[in-house]
Structure formats: structure tokens, C-alpha cells
Design a protein around this ligand. Structure first.
Ligand code: AMP
Ligand code: MG
Length: 523
């Protein structure tokens, strides 16, 4: 295996001069050099062939000893200079001070086919930013990150990727439910890949410390390296940067809403400057369509990060980013204008997204009536527990000439069909009639509409219980299901007749099971 590692981030930005790996506040530096923990017996569970290929590695490379050593962090090739980044963040609405890569170690950058990627190990040991924790990751959360980030990529959602999933061979102590019952779990390492892992919090930390020099160095680096099309760093490009980060973040959240993905911990340290979905922790997928749902038990009380609140939180986080770069601009108006336009833009894009889910094309004269149609649908989807994925996927079979048969087409999406009393059935029938009338004003053929809808409404997503089944098997040493789900989710929009069992509502046993609908931040 041959990878030419580059040190773009570390060559251009100030380093922590202290090389000792002790937990501490690090000032005036964007990162600290660290060495991943050495391991006695790492083993490869799974690797993403397409990701490997994207960075220039072959199947033979994946099976090599060097791959195992490098991407478990056990032994790095000579000349590599791994580092952990310094960042801060607002957690659940409060400034939390220095956080940083507490259990992530960046290996450096690689360039292949004119694209530059940063490689990062998650769970490869402590860093100066580990605070009171151990810098390690357990198998269950690593499986969740590995499968979900690759699935999100195939779903067309901007995301960090995953190259490999390894067992470290060591055990890690975790109190999974924070209820005083710690237990040993298997340790694991995921090699994540992204153009960059810079987060909003990377900028916030220097603003909070009034360290304008390092702040400017990082903003300028970000523009030169990742937003070069904005031009030479200047006051104007700083403003343009916020605009583009705002646009990308909005785009990302629209995708989440489209497929029913709930991130679970949208703290500012978990928001990527590139608008990538990052840090797969207690995330979850909507099963019943429910704006109030969050998988994160740590957030059970206030539900700050619930499905329906993700767009608002994205904006809240962008406001924190605007505050962070403000010292370089010294004028609030242009930043406020960007933030103020977010809500309007969200309204427009969210409507377009919902129209596409329903197979409706953009028609200026129908905007208001489409909005009303969609709002009525949302009320109905909330009225009784309705599986989001199955509902929208089924709708592509709706025959506009027979609205009275529509309920039959969507009935599989209802968790308790018995709850559909006379009134509710009538409301559904009325809606289906309105929907069929609206579809009659479309020029598209039913076949073309169905094809288009199936490109935005996935057939397969990583339902919470599916990941848990893969975890349960993996705990027993059986990794077959990881591979099966990985392969299935490479083509989430395609019909896969031999995998119909994964196109099904969440089974009842999973309704309140830990790991399925309830997840903690413990990972
Ligand atoms: P998260 O909630 O996963 O976004 O993590 C918030 C902060 O805690 C980040 O700075 C992480 O690096 C750090 N962190 C989370 N888990 C661990 C761990 N096991 N060891 C060290 N740091 C951790
Ligand atoms: Mg994080």
C-alpha cells in the first residue's frame, strides 16, 4: 500500500509547541501533534471499497498488513505526522469552552484524481483534548458511524465518509445508559474521510479567547484550501464564506428532512464548515413521521435536537459562526442579512423538497395551494403513527385516476391501521382526492413521475433497529449483517427484491429498545 501523505493543515497553521500528550488547554494553536495508541491485536471488520478506490487504494491494499496497521492507528508509515485539532463549541445551547479532537486523530491529507481528502481515525486513543474521557470508541457506536456515513453518501447527502472499521482488540469500559452500570465493551476504530473535518467550533474557540491572529490564520486557510473560488481572503470573502456555509448547511438540513434523518447532537462542534453531516452519535431515522422525535435520550427533556427543530438549530449554529468570524469583519449588517435570509430560503427549499417527494413540479401559480396540500398531509401523517419511508415510497404507486383506492396503496405505512377510524379515513380520502386533482395538472406521465419520486424517496434507510441487529451479531463475532446492510445501502433508491425484509416497519420489539429508539451519547 502506497499513500503519499500531505501535511496541508499542519504546514500552514500554528502548532501546539508542547509534544507531551497530556490533557490541557491549548492556546494559540490549531492542533497538537499526537501519536495513536499502539495495539497488540487489531483486526479488520469491514472496508468500503468505493471509498478506498476514491483515495487511490485497491482491494489488495485493503487486505494488506500496512492497511491494518495504518487504519487501526497501530503503526503508521514513516513520515506521517498525526494531529488532533483544537476546537470549542456550544453544547445544548451553552458555551462549553475547549473541546477538540478528544478521540479523533487526523493522519493528514491525500490527493487522488485532483481531490484532496483528510484521513482521520476515530477511537485511536487519547489526545490533549480528551478531557476526562479515554479517547477510545466502542464497537456499537463505530458500526453505527461506519454504516450510516456510507449510507448517507449513497442517499446523496453531503457527509463525511468511512474507509474502514477495525476492532482494536482491546476492551473499553462504558456506562452505556449513564445509570451506574459500566461494562467492558470491545474497542473499535473507524477511519473517517472528508475533504476537511473543520467545524464551526474550530473558529469559535479563537473568537472566545480573543485570539484574532489564530482566528484569521484558520479562516484564511479554510478559504484558500476549501473555498478557493471565493477569491483571496479579505473582508468580502469572509462575508461570502458565511453565505456559502449558510447555503451548504441549509442544503444539508433539507436532505436530512427529506429522508427523515435526525442527527441528535447538533452542537456547534458537530457542524462541519463544509456542510457535511459529521459525528454520527445518537442519531436516528424517523419511523413514525413525528416532528417531535429525537433518538437522543440525553436530550429527552427539552428535545432541542428533535426532527422538526433541525432547521432552526442550523440557523442558531450559523449565528454562532457569524459571531466567531465577526472580529475579522467588524460590521454586523452583512452577517445579519445572511442569517435573516436563511428562514426564507429554507421555506422555499423545504417546499420544493416536499413537492419533489410528492412528484409535483414547480408551478408558480400553484405555490400557495401546494403549501396547503403539504400542510394538510403533515397533519394527517402526525394523526396516527405513519412510517415515513414506506409512506412516501408507496405513494409512487398512487393511481391518480383512482383516488378512492389510494388508502389501499398507503395502508402498509400505518403502524396501527385500526386507528384509522371513520373520520380519519375520510380525511385521508379527501386528501387523496385533492392530491389526484393536483397531479392531473402535471404534464409528466405516471411512469416518469413514479421514477422521479423513487429518486428522492428512498426505499431503504438504516432503520434504528437494523443497525442494532448488526451490532448484536457483531458482539457475537458475526459480521455478516454489517456487510449485508452495507451492500443494501449502497443502492437505497433501487428496488432490491431479495432484500424486501428491510422494507418493513420497525418491529414492535424495537419500539422502546435501547439502541433502537433510545440512544445515549455514550460511545
Ligand atoms: P461529541 O458529543 O461526540 O460531539 O463529543 C464532544 C467532545 O467530547 C469532543 O471534543 C469529543 O472529542 C469528546 N469526546 C467524546 N467522546 C470521547 C472519548 N471517549 N474520549 C475522549 N474524548 C471524547
Ligand atoms: Mg463531536
Amino acid at each position: 500500500m502506497q499513500l503519499d501523505i500531505q501535511h496541508l493543515f499542519t504546514d500552514q497553521l500554528p502548532a501546539d509547541p508542547i509534544l507531551e500528550n497530556t490533557r490541557r488547554q491549548v492556546s494559540g494553536a490549531c492542533y497538537s501533534y499526537v501519536t495513536p495508541q499502539s495495539l497488540t491485536n487489531p483486526s479488520l471488520i469491514h472496508a468500503s471499497d468505493p471509498m478506498a478506490k476514491t483515495i487511490g487504494l485497491s482491494v489488495d491494499d485493503i487486505n494488506s498488513q500496512t492497511f491494518l496497521e495504518t487504519f487501526s492507528g497501530s503503526k503508521l508509515p514513516t513520515g506521517w505526522r498525526p494531529y488532533a485539532m483544537c476546537y470549542g463549541g456550544h453544547q445544548f445551547g451553552n458555551w462549553a469552552g475547549q473541546l477538540g479532537d478528544g478521540r479523533a486523530i487526523n493522519l493528514g491529507q491525500v490527493t487522488h484524481n485532483q481531490q484532496t481528502w483528510t484521513l482521520q481515525l476515530k477511537g485511536a486513543g487519547a489526545t490533549p483534548y480528551s478531557r476526562t474521557a479515554d479517547g477510545k470508541a466502542v464497537l456499537r457506536s463505530s458500526i453505527r458511524e461506519y454504516l450510516c456515513s456510507e449510507a448517507m453518501h449513497s442517499l446523496g447527502v453531503p457527509t463525511t465518509r468511512a474507509l474502514s472499521l477495525m476492532l482494536t482488540g482491546d476492551k473499553v469500559m462504558r456506562d452505556m445508559l449513564y445509570d451506574g452500570n459500566p461494562a467492558l465493551e470491545q474497542g473499535a476504530v473507524v477511519c473517517r474521510v472528508a475533504e476537511s473535518f473543520i467545524r464551526f467550533g474550530n473558529f469559535e474557540i479563537f473568537a472566545a479567547r480573543q485570539d484574532q491572529t489564530t482566528l484569521k490564520a484558520l479562516v484564511d486557510y479554510t478559504i484558500k484550501q476549501h473555498f478557493a473560488h471565493l477569491g483571496t481572503p479579505s473582508r468580502e470573502t469572509y462575508i461570502a464564506l458565511l453565505q456559502e456555509v449558510s447555503d451548504r448547511t441549509l442544503e444539508m438540513v433539507i436532505h436530512w428532512q427529506r429522508i427523515g434523518f435526525v442527527h441528535g447532537v447538533m452542537n456547534t462542534d458537530n457542524l462541519s464548515i463544509l456542510g457535511l453531516t459529521i459525528d454520527y452519535g445518537p442519531y436516528g431515522w424517523l419511523e413514525g413521521y413525528d416532528y417531535d422525535w429525537t433518538p437522543n435520550t440525553t436530550d429527552r427533556q427539552h428535545k432541542r435536537y428533535r426532527y422538526g427543530n433541525q432547521p432552526n438549530i442550523a440557523l442558531w449554529n450559523l449565528a454562532k459562526l457569524a459571531n466567531a468570524i465577526y472580529p475579522l469583519i467588524n460590521e454586523a449588517a452583512p452577517l445579519e442579512a445572511i442569517l435573516n435570509s436563511f428562514k426564507d430560503q429554507y421555506e422555499v427549499k423545504a417546499l420544493q423538497m416536499m413537492q419533489s417527494k410528492l412528484g409535483l413540479s414547480y408551478q408558480p401559480s400553484k405555490l400557495d395551494s401546494d403549501k396547503a396540500l403539504i400542510n394538510e398531509l403533515k397533519v394527517l401523517l402526525h394523526a396516527t403513527e405513519t412510517d415515513m419511508t414506506i409512506f412516501f415510497r408507496s405513494l409512487s404507486h398512487f393511481d391518480l385516476t383512482q383516488p378512492e383506492k389510494g388508502l389501499e396503496v398507503i395502508k402498509d405505512a400505518f403502524y396501527t391501521p385500526g386507528e384509522l377510524d371513520m373520520t380519519l379515513s375520510q380525511q385521508w380520502n379527501d386528501w387523496l382526492v385533492d392530491y389526484s386533482q393536483r397531479l392531473q395538472q402535471e404534464s409528466q406521465s405516471p411512469e416518469a413521475r413514479s421514477t422521479q419520486m423513487n429518486q428522492v424517496n428512498p426505499k431503504y434507510v438504516l432503520r434504528n433497529y437494523m443497525a442494532q441487529l448488526a451490532i448484536d451479531d457483531a458482539d457475537k463475532g458475526d459480521y455478516g449483517l454489517i456487510d449485508e446492510l452495507y451492500t443494501l445501502l449502497q443502492h437505497p433508491y433501487s428496488e432490491q427484491p431479495t432484500s424486501e425484509q428491510w422494507y418493513a416497519k420497525r418491529p414492535e420489539w424495537a419500539r422502546n429498545k435501547v439502541g433502537c429508539s433510545m440512544l445515549s451519547c455514550s460511545s
